[in-house]
Design a binder for this molecule. Structure first.
Ligand SMILES: Nc1ncnc2c1ncn2[C@@H]1O[C@H](COP(=O)(O)OP(=O)(O)O)[C@@H](O)[C@H]1O
Ligand SMILES: [Mg+2]
Length: 1032
């Protein structure tokens, strides 16, 4: 081997490139801003929530593929003007691909990694889409061209392998047999390092051959994704190209391995803050990616001189296979892809940080010599020596001697060995060629069929896997389903696909689809059960989530491009049929509120996952059902107008009727664990060769993703508005408890009673006209929860119970009523006394603008009741809860002069206020005495009916507040009013009519309340005038 001395010791840093892609449809819909800017190779990212915060990074290459491009007639994306800043696939290849190729031709190992969040453009850069070929196909093109150019001097052998790491299992994407359970083994050998045992390595002679193998690999990924219900964004795809060069003149051989890696999506499922899942995040979700991060960190630390004891290569399959690419014998390039949209800020920043660390890694690459070729050289040398010895022996010696016989034997043996080594390649190549021809014939056949027949095309969440499977619908009648036995059948697999799922009929160039009873078929968003004629570009969803696009006869096709019907399109259409959609303007853009958009995309992301979870639950016999719900956060907001929404998943056990509510993060985590269980089940099932009697999968509870301990469930809330308390007016209400989707869960009778410190209700004389009179004074009131009526939760299953939870002002904890069980109209009879010892402005503001949110909690068998820990609450000896206690006057700071004078002023103010109040009171009673003296006659009663205008005014207000409560109720009902799930155009019209009725009711009630108040006030003023007329 003739590696140069400098090569042996030179260090190569990992080269890092960044690429930003154009906005996708979601981002355009959301009116996203671009937060990435590039100048030469430096790149800055702007925090969208903080204009001051901007981070800059510098890399080896930076590619602006966000704007400044057009699509030429061939579908290629090219710069708008020659020399524009847009970096197309060619530019990226010139920088990165050529380098890799050069390295490989020189005999170095080379690695190219694509890193980034799902949908950021990893596969676009690596593999490419349609005419916009990515690095890998371009590299192969150039590689074979280089081989052809040097054919006289160098004999080359190229081997191709393609594999996927999913959930720490290695799957050979080119294997023709069934996949090995548990995947292929990764082994280690002193010489070779880590390698995949039994991985197919296919000799290749041309770029089209390689491309076809890639197509084959992608097809395997696609079928695995649909059959095994595996998510491709969580898998790593590796292509390994082995290049052997035999330079006969120099009598050296070089061997290099090129690793091309499309990594799993880098996004982490952020758990939704407060609650962590009982089951740990599926440990293998991204063990490989996490370990890759750890390896990179350790190597980056090492590069800056930190002491690193251990580099965790062995912790994951991916890092084992990439060991030489990272910190070893390889020249490595990483392309990190970004979305430049503001909504992706966190992910993009984390990608940039990751890339920055990778940049520091140092490798020591050497030119490799192939051991087999060395053997040939050695054998040849030995043969030469043997021949020399034989020649020296002379003819006689050669004929007779034992030694000569032995030498001869050795010679033939060696020659056989040399031939074996050399013919192996030829033989392999012949086999591969046969294979290739077969495949090529298949592809040509498929192309021909596409021009003759209608077909359905698979659409996958991962655009890279869309359009890979084409199923043709020829003339006649065809069953579609699992059935592979019938000759007239189209075989598909996937969650919820029946043996005979539906029937296609193709007669007189018209294609219809008839679902079989019990099977799920959705066409263009609507469930169908009847025979339906299909039109070109109709969207089909079969079973839980097998999505296909129907392509009609060539005459119907026109020049349209089907790429607009992507996975999002299918799911949005389905959501729209459920009444959940974003209005679109004619320009195809909508300007929905961003938080609403986020919920919408959450919804359409979760919708198919929920369908799949349901199917898995059914197949595994888990007896739970999942349902997606949109939770209105206004329900738990004390001001009642925060319209933020969130998606949650309701889980119901079909047997026990127990119910759980899962956050999005928890559901996504659980769904992954369910997939793992399901895949194990499928593997086992195929192992047992479909023995009869599929039994339910039993798992220990601590590992069962379908199970959780039972907990109380928040069913709904009611708002009890506090305004009247500020005026010391008692309030009695029948409140509607509304669930998160606006359903009436119960009616709750509640009261607010202003009272004395001992709990006696205050009389009407205590009503305040001006709430600020209460400032600084003690205020007592009671919250009374009398009864709950018509509780839906208990009506549905009698073995349930309920509690009401509530939190008033600054209480550190919610309080709960005792649990009541088995009764649809349970008596609560619960009374809680609250007091503010020194009423603050803050409390008064709260009373006038807020409501107590009364939470209806559903209890179910086996769950523990909700309880407030009273130790942390401030209470008087009589059991009165103290609120508004955060800044009692005695706790005011005394250290500063300013503090002292403020306190003094405050005291003065309070004193003045109380003087004022007592003066008013005196004035009041004086006036009353005067009045009663004038009217004389009613004298005998101890308590005079108050005819003062103040009291009348207060009563008018009371009436007004009462009516406002129902107006508010009406408003909330309006806000939650939605068209029903099956609404068609007629349904929508009905909905609009209903909505206008509700609106009319609402405005009438509002008008009525206001006009009553106006009339009352006018009457009071009139009477006051009249009375003052009497006095004068
Ligand atoms: N540089 C780019 N130019 C144009 N479109 C791109 C670019 N990068 C990505 N896309 C598009 O974005 C979508 C997602 O890209 P993809 O490469 O599949 O993402 P990933 O592999 O990272 O999940 C695809 O539809 C792809 O065509
Ligand atoms: Mg991809």
């Amino acid at each position: 081997m003739r590696a140069k001395a400098t090569d042996m010791h030179s260090k190569d840093c990992v080269k890092v490139a960044i690429r930003v892609r154009p906005f996708n449809k979601r981002e355009r819909d959301a009116g996203s801003c671009c937060i990435i800017s590039m100048v030469s190779t430096s790149i800055s990212i702007q925090d969208p929530r903080d204009s001051q915060s901007r981070r800059s990074f510098c890399f080896d290459y930076a590619y602006w593929s966000h704007s400044g491009f057009t699509r030429d007639h061939g579908g290629l994306y090219v710069p708008e003007e020659p020399g524009g800043r847009y970096a197309d696939q060619d530019r990226v290849f010139q920088d990165l691909g050529e380098g890799i190729l050069d390295n490989a031709l020189q005999g170095y190992n080379a690695t190219l990694l694509a890193y980034g969040q799902t949908g950021s453009g990893k596969s676009y850069s690596m593999m490419g889409y349609g005419p916009n070929k990515g690095l890998v196909p371009k590299l192969c093109d150039r590689l074979f061209q280089a081989i052809r150019d040097n054919q006289e001097n160098i004999q080359c052998q190229v081997f191709f392998s393609m594999l996927e790491i999913y959930n720490e299992q290695v799957v050979d994407l080119l294997s023709r047999g069934s996949r090995a359970p548990g995947g292929l083994r990764v082994r280690e050998e002193q010489q070779r390092g880590f390698y995949v045992e039994g991985l197919r390595t296919i000799p290749c002679e041309s770029a089209p051959q390689v491309e076809q193998l890639m197509e084959q690999g992608t097809r395997t990924r696609t079928t695995a994704a649909t059959h095994m219900n595996a998510n491709s964004s969580r898998s790593h795809m590796l292509i390994i190209l082995q290049l052997k060069q035999i330079l006969s003149k120099e009598s050296i051989t070089k061997q290099s391995n090129i690793y091309l890696v499309d990594l799993a999506g880098s996004e982490r499922q952020r758990s939704s803050g407060s609650e962590a899942d009982r089951l740990k995040e599926g440990t293998a979700i991204n063990l490989s990616l996490t370990t890759l991060g750890n390896v990179i960190s350790a190597l980056a630390d090492m590069a800056v001189g930190k002491k690193v004891v251990h580099i965790p290569y062995r912790d994951s399959v991916l890092t084992k296979l990439l060991q030489s690419a990272l910190g070893g014998n390889s020249r490595t390039v990483m392309i990190a892809t970004l979305s430049p949209a503001d909504i992706c800020y966190e992910e993009s920043l984390s990608t940039l940080r990751y890339a920055e660390r990778a940049k520091r890694i140092q490798n020591r690459a050497v030119v490799n010599e192939s051991p087999t070729e060395r053997l040939i050289k050695e054998l040849k040398a030995e043969n030469a020596r043997l021949l020399q010895r034989l020649n020296r022996m002379g003819p006689e010696g050669r004929r007779a001697g034992d030694e000569s016989k032995e030498l001869r034997q050795l010679l033939t043996h060696n020659e056989l060995q040399i031939r074996a080594i050399q013919t192996l390649w030829e033989q392999h190549l012949q086999e591969a060629l046969k294979d290739w021809e077969q495949q090529y014939a298949n592809i040509t056949q498929e192309r021909r069929m596409m021009q003759m027949h209608p077909y359905i095309l698979n659409i996958n969440e991962d655009a890279q896997l869309s359009g890979v499977v084409k199923l043709f619908i020829q003339e006649g009648e065809w069953d579609i389903g699992l059935c592979d036995s019938s000759p007239r059948s189209i075989c598909i697999r996937g969650l919820g696909i029946q043996e005979r799922h539906a029937v296609f009929r193709n007669e007189r160039r018209r294609v219809t689809l008839t679902p079989q009873t019990g099977s799920k078929v959705i066409i263009n968003g609507n469930a169908v059960s009847q025979t339906t004629e299909l039109q070109h570009l109709d969207r089909l969803i079969l079973g839980s989530n097998s999505t296909y696009l129907f392509i009609g006869y060539p005459s119907e096709r026109g020049g349209d491009d089907w790429s607009r019907y992507d996975y999002d399109y299918f799911q949005s259409e389905l959501a729209a049929a459920e009444g959940i959609s974003l209005g679109e303007s004619s320009a195809g853009q909508c300007h929905a509120d961003p938080s609403l958009l986020a919920v919408f995309y959450d919804y359409i992301q979760l919708m198919p996952m929920v369908a799949e979870a349901n199917q898995m639950s059914q197949e595994l016999g888990k007896g739970v059902e999942f349902k997606l719900e949109i939770k209105n956060l206004a329900l738990s907001d004390s001001k009642g107008h925060d319209l933020q929404k969130d998606t949650v998943v309701r889980v119901t056990s079909t047997g026990s009727r127990q119910v759980w509510m899962w956050s999005k993060a928890k559901f996504v985590n659980r769904k992954f664990l369910m997939e793992e269980v399901y895949q194990r089940y499928l593997a086992k099932q195929s192992q047992d060769n479909r023995e009869e009697g599929v039994t339910a999968v039993t798992l220990p509870r601590d590992k069962d993703p379908f199970w959780d301990p039972v907990e109380p469930l928040l069913l709904g809330t009611a708002h009890l508005w506090l305004q009247s308390l500020a005026f010391r007016i008692p309030l009695e209400e029948q409140l509607e408890v509304l669930g998160s989707e606006g359903t009436e869960e119960a009616i709750l009778q509640a009261q607010l009673v202003p009272c004395t410190s001992t709990g006696l209700p205050l009389g009407e004389d205590e009503i305040l006209i001006d709430p600020s009179e209460a400032l600084g004074r003690r205020m007592d009131f009671q919250l009374v929860l009398d009864q709950c009526c018509g509780v839906r939760w208990i009506r549905e299953a009698r073995n349930r119970g309920l509690q009401i939870g509530f939190r008033v002002f600054d209480c550190s904890q919610p309080l709960y009523t005792p649990a009541v069980w088995h009764n649809v109209n349970p008596l609560l009879d619960h009374r809680v006394h609250f007091a503010s010892l020194h009423t603050s402005q803050c409390l008064l503001d709260y009373l006038q603008s807020s409501a107590v949110v009364l939470e209806l909690w559903g209890l179910q068998e086996g769950c523990t009741n909700l309880r407030a820990s009273l130790e942390v609450m401030r209470m008087t000896a009589e059991g009165v809860f103290i609120i508004d206690d955060s800044h009692p006057p005695e706790a005011a700071p005394v250290d500063s002069e300013l503090g002292c004078s403020v306190r003094a002023l405050q005291q003065d103010l309070n004193e003045l206020k109380s003087v004022n109040a007592s003066l008013r009171k005196e004035n009041h009673s004086l006036r009353e005495q005067l009045h009663s003296a004038k009217n004389g006659a009613e004298g005998g009663r101890v308590r005079l009916a108050r005819h003062s205008s103040d009291a009348e005014f207060a009563r008018a207000l009371k009436v007004f507040y009462h009516s406002m409560t129902s107006v508010r109720g009406q408003l909330q009902r309006l806000r939650r009013h939605r068209p029903s799930e099956e609404s068609d155009l007629l349904g929508l019209r009905l909905f609009v009519d209903e909505q206008s009725l509700l609106l009319r009711d609402f405005s009438e009630q509002l008008e009525h309340s206001v006009s009553t108040l106006k009339q009352d006030v006018a009457a009071i003023v009139r009477r006051k005038r009249e009375r003052s007329g009497t006095w004068s």
